[in-house]
Design a protein around this ligand. Structure first.
Ligand code: FAD
Length: 388
């Protein structure tokens, strides 16, 4: 008998458990994970960027809390008083606008971001060129730079969180959830492949890109599907000055990684099914030309590694789905649909899940805007500007 079962032992299941155990150390919590190596989990394969550059206050506030938690991660996750350090490179974020529509959105968002205490500045092409001499800037209408953002080691965060949760008493169970038991309008049990049933007061669907499959096992359709995204790691012969995580308005992101760089591109039209294939042609035909357009020194690069993983993409409006589903048991909570911002939002989402369970509603940050119930209400809440 458990108080709470998380389906999925990634960052969202993990931070939900951690927040619950911070407040109620005696809670009996299980995290059921089908692959304890996390070889396919987004949490382990993420670009792991943390940025304040959002257009919606809730997303921005969630990132600010992400900064707070990941910034103090070593101490927060300490085991027997020993910090578990996390590498966090605060090398900045740079968004570039190439169309007048993108530039207008950027300026509007910038006013909102700085109004909420975010450190960010707008740069014109001349200022950008001075800052990044290796970059081509003649087609950039406006750029937005936030110097304190950056990226971290996702696998390190995931494994430290898991160890901390275990030290706090959470059980990570190797198993595949294959169904549910319900009674009296509540979900009462989680069924594992093999037939074992674990009884519980609460269930949290924290399965990321698998979230839609889990909802089908409960008997309802949730608009969350896998969106494949391939990441490419390349090295460049020529030296390029240090730069932050750059998202080009032409549809490509690049950031430094070790001796080289990681680049990726979101193809929304590929959303719908898992596809783990890596097609290096995409690098040569799409990513590389875009990267080399922006940084001409990238004309001479060597592709060294590639991997595909999946965003949990909400086809409803691209934003997260949080809380119970109308007409379904109120003790079955969703936390999925985070696209490309779920790593930075996991600490705040986990806190929100803990509040839904312990307080019956949001306390520290009102996330009603992203309630799963908005689908039934017909309410769409899309991010403006950079969506993925
Ligand atoms: C390529 C890429 C780049 C990204 N870049 C960024 C970024 O820069 N910044 C950012 O903030 N976010 C980024 N994200 C998003 C972020 O990584 C994810 O939103 C976040 O990690 C999702 O965490 P999760 O715990 O919800 O899902 P996951 O980490 O995928 O964990 C879900 C777990 O559920 C398990 N599971 C599924 N079904 C079952 C079942 N039936 N039974 C038991 N277990 C099950 C899976 O095995 C998996 O381990 C990126 C994602 C990708 C794919």
């Amino acid at each position: 008998m458990y108080d709470v079962i998380m389906i999925g032992g990634g960052l969202h299941g993990g931070f939900s458990a951690w927040h619950l155990l911070q407040r109620e150390p005696g809670l009996k919590i299980a995290l059921i994970e089908q692959d304890s190596t996390y070889s396919h989990a987004a949490s382990a394969r993420s670009s792991a960027g943390v940025r304040v550059l959002f257009s919606q206050e809730e997303n921005l506030r969630m990132s600010q809390y992400g900064h707070e938690v990941y910034g103090n991660f070593g101490d927060l996750m300490a085991l027997d008083g020993e910090p578990q350090p996390l590498s966090f490179w605060r090398q900045g974020y740079m968004f570039m606008a190439n169309t007048s529509e993108q530039a207008e959105d950027m300026a509007t968002n910038h006013a909102l971001q700085t109004g909420m205490g975010a450190e960010a500045s707008l740069l014109d092409a001349t200022a950008l060129q001075e800052m990044l001499p290796s970059f081509r800037t003649d087609d950039v209408l406006l750029a937005c730079y936030s110097p304190k953002d950056g990226w971290l080691d996702p696998y390190g965060a995931l494994t430290s969180l898991r160890r901390k949760n275990q030290a706090l008493g959470a059980e990570y169970i190797d198993g595949v959830v294959s169904g549910f038991e319900q009674s009296g309008g509540k979900v009462t049990g989680v069924v594992l492949q093999g037939g074992q049933t674990l009884t519980t007061d609460w269930v949290v669907n924290a399965t990321g890109a698998w979230g839609g499959e889990i909802s089908k096992m409960m008997g309802f359709e949730m608009p969350v599907v896998p969106l494949p995204r391939t990441q490419f790691y390349f090295e460049c012969r020529e030296e390029v000055e240090p730069f932050g995580l750059t998202i080009d308005g032409r549809g490509c992101s690049v950031r430094p990684e070790g001796k080289g760089y990681i680049t990726g591109r979101t193809h929304f039209e590929r959303a719908g099914a898992f596809n783990w294939d890596v097609n290096e042609e995409h690098f040569y035909n799409e990513n590389w030309p875009l990267a080399a357009h922006r940084v001409p020194k990238f004309e001479a690069v060597k592709l060294k590694a590639s991997w595909t993983c999946h965003y949990a993409y909400s086809t409803w409006d691209g934003n997260m789905l949080m809380g119970a589903w109308p007409g379904q048991p109120e003790n079955f909570l969703m936390t999925t649909g985070y696209s490309g911002h779920g790593l930075q939002h996991a600490p705040a989402a986990g806190r929100a899940i803990s509040e839904l369970i312990l307080d019956g509603g949001f306390q520290t940050l009102d996330l009603t805007r992203f309630a799963a119930s908005r689908v039934a209400e017909g309410r769409k809440e899309p991010e403006r500007g950079v969506k993925a």
